[in-house]
Design a protein around this ligand. Sequence first.
Ligand code: IMP
Length: 196
Amino acid sequence: MSALVFATNNPHKIAEVKEMLGEHYDFLSLADIGCEEDIPETSPTLAGNAQQKARYVREKYGYDCFSEDTGLEVDALDGAPGVITARYAGPTRSAAANNEKVLKELGDRRDRSARFRTFICLILEGEEHLFEGRCEGRITDAPRGEGGFGYDPIFLPEEGDGRVFAEMSGAEKHAISHRGRALNKLTDFLTEKAAS
Ligand code: IMP
């Protein structure tokens, strides 16, 4: 089984990736390779942040790796929180505070359309590849559900059955989520590469 570093220490993201691709790859987290520092994420774009993280791991630790960066874009908030999705309500990165801030900023506005976008940057054998996954949806009026993480309690995917992400099982969420879609593109690429 090939080893591939997933440049994150977010246990939710690692669990999601292992659920989806764990049979094919031996995923190493940043902690597994001894990378304990905060990797800079200073780009003004999600794609740029994903590239910055993957390049850092490749250059400093020498591993083939991939990184991802995800943002929530709310149309009525001019695309916010966007690139500051993790820190929308401040540096503590509290999911509850972030959700509360989105709901407060939106108030009782009727246009609640939003989307998650994930960019994955893979660096393999010296080449860099970018994959994007999107999930269109709406922001609810209040948080619901117990599962998932981050903004899952207030995000109602367009293709679902009326449940927010936090009310779905992991498998149900991956089937339609931004990260699931970006990871499917990554998997297709890696599978093709292995077969060639
Ligand atoms: P980052 O990609 O680790 O910078 O995460 C950005 C922010 O988006 C964090 O606040 C996460 O909690 C949130 N986030 C990332 N993926 C998801 C998801 O699948 N559902 C809900 N929130 C997410």
